[in-house]
Design a protein around this ligand. Structure first.
Ligand code: C2E
Ligand code: MG
Ligand code: MG
Length: 700
C-alpha cells in the first residue's frame, strides 16, 4: 500500500512560507464551483496540493481537467451531474503528481446551484484529499478479513458474548465441538452449553464482566447439543468499545475429550502390564493401600495377599521359547481372574509372579481355601500351540493386619512365604510366619549393611590351601570371602552371598574378590611361593556380566600374573543356566589360559556328558560325598566312580572338605588329584596361607 505522497501534505508543500503553509494546512479542504456548462468557474488554492496550477483547472470540465476523474468513475458520476442531483462523499483515485505508480484518493461532495426560478446555474461543493484515511480503511478491512479467517478456521472454538452472556458470534470449530449451528445458537444464553444442575455457575459469571482485562481460565464439563458431556478448557477475555466500556466477552474453548482419552490411556499403560492387562506391581501397591484404608471403617476387617508363581517356569521359556512362555502367562492371568472372587484384586508383579488380594473378610481359612483353589487351577495342563505343558504352582500368603502394616510390607511378606513354599519342594501353599519374619528381618538388615560393607573395608578374604594328594605339596588356595560385620562379627558367605546376588551387589563384590585374590597371589609369589594357583568362586550373576572376561584379563595384567595362575570356580547350576552363553564366556576365559573348575560337583543336575562340552579343567567333588567316606558305601562309590570318569574325560578332581586321614587315604588311593579340607588347613589369613605354602613347597 503506497504511502500518501508528500505533495498532498500541505504543511510540507511550501516549507519556506510559514503563514501560507499554515493556511494551506487549515484549508486542505477546497471549495469548487462549476458553471451551468459544468466547467470549473472557481477553484481553491488548497487544490494546489494536487500539484496542478489553478489556472489549468478554470474553464475545464471535471472529465478533461488535468487531474481528471477516472473514466469508469466519471461515467457513473456524469449522470448525476447532468440530472442536476446533489452528491455526497464520492471517492475516486487520481494519479499522484509526484509518484505515477501511486494514487491519490479524493473525496468530493456537491449540490446544484439554482436561481430563484429553479434555473440551473451550475454546481458547487467541497473536495478533499483522503488518501491516508483510505489507506487506514483498507488496512483495517484487511485486518478484519484476516481476523475473520482466523476466527473461522481456528481449530479452537471462538465464541463472542454480549454483556448478558448471550452468544453473539460462533465459529465453525464451536459448531463442530458443541453441535449447534450459528442460526440455532446466536442470541442463546451461555447456559445452553451446560447441564441444568450447573446453571447456577452463571450467576458467578458476573465476575467475568469485571473491569480488568486479564483473561480468565477455567475448566468446565460442558454439554453437546445431543446431550453428551464435553470436558473443555475456557479462556475468556473482555471486549471493550473505544470508550473502554465492556461490550461483552470472547472465549477460546478447547475440547479436551481426546486429550483426556489419551491421558487415560497413558495412565492405564503406566499402571498395567501390557501382556495380561492386569495392574502392575506399582499400581497394585496403590490399590492395596486404598483397600487397607477401607478396612478401617466401620470395623477393622482382615484382608489377605496371595503371591503366586509357576514352578520351574524358566524351563518352559528355555524349552519352548519366550513367545510360548508369554502365552502361558496370559493363560495364568485368565485363570486367576476367572477363579478369584469378583471383588478380589488380581495383578502381575513381575515375569512369572502374580498377586491376588482377597478384600472380603475371609480370614486365614478363606485365604487358604482360595490359595489352594488357585494353586490347583494353575496346575491344570496348558494346551498351547499343540503343546501340552504341565506346570505346578506355589503360593505364599500374608494376612492383614497380622503380617504387615502397609501394602509394601504385606507384599514383601507374601513373597517371603512364596520363597518358603518353593524351598519346601514347590507346588505348595505357605503362610507367612514368625520364623519367616525373623529371616526377612535379618535379610533386610544384611541387605542394608552389605551395601556399605565394601566401601567400609569390612570385607576380606581368607585362603584355604589345596594340596597335591600324592606329595602333600601346596598347589593352590581357594579365596573365600569373609564379612567382618562391625556388630554381628564374622558373617559366613552362605548367609550373605545369596543376598548379595539378589540385591545385585555380587558383581561389584565379585570384582573386588578377583582383584584382591590376584593381588595376594602376587605377594606370595614375590615372597617365594612357587607352583601355587589361586581359585576364585564366581557367581552365576558374574557369568552373565558382559564385562567378566575383561575384568579377569585386567586383574591378571594389573598384578603381573599368568592365566594359569588363576582358577575360576563355578557351580553346576551356574554352568547350566544359559549353556550357549556359558560356553562362549568360558571359552574366552580359557583363551586367557585361565583354568576352570566345577564347584560342588554332584549336588546339581548337570551330567558329565554336558560338562564335557565346557572347556573345564577340574571337578571339585562336593564335601557331602567326601564326608561319608568310611561310613556310607554309596557315597564312597560315587567318589571313586566320579574320579574314574573324570579322568577318562581328562579332568582333574579336587576333593573338598577332607577332614580325616581315612578320607585322605581313600581319595589318594583312588587317584584324586588335589585335596582341600580342615585336615590340612582351615581357611586362614593371607600370611598364614603363605606360611603354609612355604612349608609345603616342592622339593628343589
Ligand atoms: P565352596 O566354594 O564350596 O567353598 C568351600 C566351603 O567349604 C568353604 O566354606 C570352606 O570353608 C568349607 N570347607 C572347606 N573345608 C572344609 C572341611 O573340611 N569341613 C567343612 N565342614 N567345611 C569345609 P565357606 O568359606 O563358608 O564358603 C561357603 C561357600 O560360599 C563357598 O563354597 C562358595 O560357594 C561361597 N563363596 C565363598 N567365597 C565366595 C566368593 O568370593 N564369591 C562367591 N561367588 N562365592 C563365594
Ligand atoms: Mg568354591
Ligand atoms: Mg564347593
Amino acid at each position: 500500500m503506497p504511502e500518501p505522497s508528500d505533495a498532498c501534505r500541505p504543511s510540507r508543500l511550501q516549507p519556506s512560507g510559514g503563514a501560507e503553509a499554515l493556511r494551506l494546512r487549515l484549508t486542505a479542504t477546497w471549495y469548487w464551483r462549476l458553471d451551468a456548462q459544468l466547467r470549473f468557474a472557481q477553484v481553491d488554492e488548497a487544490m494546489q496540493c494536487l500539484g496542478i496550477e489553478l489556472a489549468d483547472w478554470l474553464g475545464r470540465s471535471p472529465w478533461d481537467a488535468p487531474n481528471r476523474m477516472p473514466d469508469a468513475f466519471w461515467a457513473a458520476h456524469r449522470g448525476v451531474l447532468l440530472a442536476h442531483r446533489p452528491f455526497a462523499d464520492l471517492q475516486y483515485e487520481v494519479p499522484s503528481p509526484r509518484d505515477r505508480t501511486a494514487g491519490l484518493w479524493l473525496q468530493t461532495s456537491g449540490e446544484p446551484l439554482l436561481d430563484d426560478q429553479g434555473g440551473f446555474l451550475g454546481y458547487h461543493g467541497y473536495g478533499r484529499e483522503v488518501t491516508r484515511e483510505r489507506l487506514v480503511e483498507v488496512a483495517l478491512r484487511a485486518r478484519e478479513q484476516r481476523l475473520s479467517s482466523v476466527f473461522e478456521q481456528s481449530p479452537l472454538a471462538i465464541i463472542e458474548w454480549d454483556t448478558r452472556l448471550r452468544v453473539r458470534r460462533w465459529n465453525l470449530a464451536a459448531e463442530r465441538i458443541f453441535g449447534w449451528a450459528p442460526e440455532e445458537i446466536l442470541g442463546q444464553h451461555a447456559r445452553i452449553l451446560s447441564r441444568p444442575e450447573q446453571h447456577h455457575v452463571y450467576e458467578l459469571m458476573g465476575e467475568y464482566i469485571a473491569p480488568d482485562s486479564v483473561p480468565r481460565k477455567h475448566m468446565a464439563q460442558n454439554l453437546h447439543k445431543f446431550g453428551h458431556e464435553l470436558p473443555c478448557s475456557w479462556i475468556t477475555s473482555m471486549l471493550h468499545d473505544d470508550r473502554g466500556q465492556i461490550v461483552g466477552g470472547m472465549s477460546i474453548v478447547e475440547n479436551l475429550t481426546e486429550k483426556r482419552l489419551a491421558e487415560t490411556l497413558i495412565e492405564h499403560m503406566a499402571q498395567h502390564d501390557s501382556l495380561t492387562n492386569l495392574p502392575n506391581r506399582a499400581h497394585l501397591l496403590t490399590l492395596l493401600e486404598q483397600a487397607l484404608a477401607e478396612t478401617e471403617s466401620p470395623t477393622r476387617r482382615q484382608l489377605a495377599v496371595l503371591v503366586l508363581n509357576l514352578d520351574r517356569f524358566k524351563q518352559v521359556n528355555e524349552a519352548h521359547g519366550h513367545a510360548l512362555g508369554d502365552q502361558v502367562l496370559f493363560e495364568v492371568a485368565r485363570r486367576l481372574r476367572d477363579e478369584a472372587p469378583r471383588s478380589a484384586l488380581v495383578a502381575r508383579l513381575a515375569g512369572n509372579e502374580f498377586a491376588v488380594v482377597l478384600r472380603q473378610d475371609a480370614g486365614a481359612r478363606g485365604a487358604h481355601a482360595l490359595g489352594e483353589r488357585l494353586r490347583l487351577c494353575l496346575g491344570a495342563p496348558y494346551l498351547i500351540d499343540g503343546h501340552e505343558l504341565n506346570c505346578t504352582a506355589s503360593v505364599g500368603v500374608a494376612l492383614f493386619p497380622g503380617d504387615g502394616a502397609d501394602a509394601g510390607e504385606l507384599l514383601h511378606h507374601a513373597d517371603a512365604a512364596l520363597t518358603h513354599a518353593k524351598g519346601s519342594g514347590r507346588n505348595q501353599l505357605r503362610f507367612f510366619s514368625a520364623s519367616l519374619k525373623q529371616a526377612v528381618t535379618v535379610r533386610r538388615e544384611v541387605e542394608r549393611d552389605l551395601g556399605h560393607a565394601l566401601r567400609r573395608g569390612e570385607l576380606m578374604l581368607h585362603f584355604q590351601p589345596q594340596v597335591d594328594a600324592q606329595s602333600g605339596v601346596m598347589v593352590g588356595a581357594e579365596a573365600l570371602l569373609r564379612w567382618n560385620h562391625p556388630i554381628n562379627g564374622l558373617i559366613a558367605p552362605v548367609t550373605f552371598i545369596p543376598i548379595a546376588e539378589s540385591a545385585d551387589l555380587i558383581v561389584e563384590i565379585g570384582a573386588w574378590v578377583l582383584d584382591e585374590a590376584c593381588r595376594t597371589l602376587r605377594q606370595w609369589q614375590d615372597q617365594g611361593a612357587r607352583g601355587v594357583s589361586m581359585a576364585v568362586n564366581l557367581s552365576a550373576h558374574q557369568l552373565r556380566d558382559a564385562a567378566l572376561v575383561s575384568l579377569v584379563a585386567g586383574a591378571l595384567q594389573r598384578h603381573g600374573l599368568r592365566g594359569e595362575d588363576l582358577e575360576l570356580e563355578l557351580t553346576e547350576s551356574a554352568a547350566m543356566e544359559d549353556p550357549t552363553v556359558t560356553i562362549d564366556v568360558l571359552q574366552q576365559l580359557r583363551d586367557l589360559q585361565v583354568r576352570l573348575a566345577i564347584d560342588d560337583f554332584g549336588t546339581g543336575y548337570s551330567s558329565l556328558s554336558y560338562l564335557r562340552l565346557l572347556p573345564i579343567h577340574r571337578l571339585k567333588l562336593d564335601q557331602s560325598f567326601v564326608r561319608d567316606i568310611g561310613t556310607e558305601e554309596d557315597d564312597e562309590a560315587i567318589c571313586s566312580a566320579t574320579i574314574a570318569l573324570a579322568h577318562k574325560l581328562k579332568l582333574e578332581v579336587v576333593a573338598e572338605g577332607v577332614g580325616t586321614e581315612l578320607q585322605h587315604q581313600y581319595l589318594r588311593r583312588h587317584g584324586c588329584n588335589v585335596l582341600q579340607g580342615y585336615l590340612f588347613s582351615q581357611p586362614v589369613r593371607a600370611e598364614q596361607a603363605l606360611a603354609f605354602a612355604l612349608t609345603h613347597a616342592p622339593a628343589d
